[in-house]
Design a protein. Structure first.
Length: 152
């Protein structure tokens, strides 16, 4: 039987470089999404202060929801940089929500395919990378293999 160290040494260098590139790509995309959400929060605050909304309750509710989303995605981006195990699952959930918004952007009377593509391409990319086995393994904690029951 091979130990973990032996298995790691058997990996080709290109594979390790590909995993690093995938991890960097995931972290960069999550950071860009976090920055975009922070920018939307700032835009909504400026709009709320400079324009009169038709409903203050709706405008404030939207601002609070986007602010919570921005905080969540900033936390995911930071967790991804640290390779926290929870960050992978949370990032997948965020990307699925982003896919659903993208699908909505392609449809209807006020369809915006440009917005749909901007949301869809990074979301599918991040989901694909996070489901790739080497990236999934990179997000597991350092002692997870020892705590798992044998045969699991």
């Amino acid at each position: 039987m091979n130990t973990d160290d032996e298995r790691q040494n058997m990996r080709p260098a290109a594979s390790v470089g590909g995993v690093r590139a995938a991890l960097v790509t995931v972290s960069i995309v999550l950071a860009l999404e976090a920055l975009a959400l922070v920018a939307v929060v700032v835009w909504l605050v400026v709009d709320l202060l400079t324009m009169e909304p038709s409903s203050y309750a709706t405008a404030i509710a939207l601002l609070v929801l986007v602010l919570l989303g921005a905080i969540w995605v900033v936390a995911i981006a930071i967790g991804s940089l640290r390779r926290a195990p929870w960050a992978r699952a949370s990032a997948i959930v965020w990307q699925v929500l982003q896919v659903s918004i993208a699908v909505g952007a392609f449809q209807g009377l006020f369809a915006r395919p440009d917005v749909g593509w901007v949301l869809l391409v990074p979301a599918i990319t991040v989901i694909g990378l996070l489901l790739w086995a080497p990236v999934r393994i990179a997000y597991t904690g350092p002692g997870d293999d020892e705590r798992a029951p044998h045969g699991a």
